[in-house]
Design a protein around this ligand. Structure first.
Ligand SMILES: [Fe+2]
Length: 169
């Protein structure tokens, strides 16, 4: 039997997300590379310019720098896939907000619209993954244990029966 931790492994989405970072960085670079100091001041980039000139440095629109703490990995597929689903929706919302701001720039608009569409697909794939994991759980209460780590949900089982969620004793 395939371990539950191997039931769903969506590396394609992760690879695509790295490509999205590359696309966003390219857009920002193209929009900022020829700015004058006056334009930088007018457009509210002065603080950023002091630290980074027009170099690319990943941060939220609020100025919060990117770090690995932006996302989480618990090792529990249900927890992680649920967080993945939320992350995709948050990305889609961010793109929705950007689209409202860049209506007058078709080059940026079309690229962001493409990225938004991919987030919707990612949400659907993670949803399928969550359903696959849950379908494999042989338990009525699959929220009560980590299916990737806890082999048996029976606290009294001394046999390490190896079944995810249902004791074979
Ligand atoms: Fe995504």
């Amino acid at each position: 039997m395939t371990p539950i931790s191997h039931t769903y492994n969506n590396t394609d989405t992760g690879t695509e997300e790295l490509n999205h970072v590359e696309m966003i960085c390219t857009i920002v670079h193209q929009l900022t590379r020829n700015l004058t100091v006056e334009q930088i001041k007018e457009q509210g980039f002065a603080d950023y310019y002091v630290d980074h000139t027009t170099g690319l440095w990943p941060q939220a629109a609020s100025g919060m720098p990117f770090s690995a703490s932006t996302f989480q990995s618990t090792g529990d597929p249900i927890a992680d896939l649920t967080e993945d689903l939320a992350a995709e929706q948050k990305a889609r919302i961010t793109y929705d907000n950007i689209l409202r701001l860049v209506k007058d720039d078709p080059d940026v608009y079309d690229a962001i619209k493409f990225l938004r569409a991919r987030e919707i697909v990612h949400f659907q794939r993670f949803g399928e993954g969550l359903r696959l994991v849950q379908d494999r759980l042989d338990s009525r209460n699959f929220y009560a244990f980590n299916p990737a780590f806890d082999k048996c949900a029976n606290n009294n089982c001394k046999n390490n029966c190896g079944r995810n969620g249902r004791c074979q004793r």
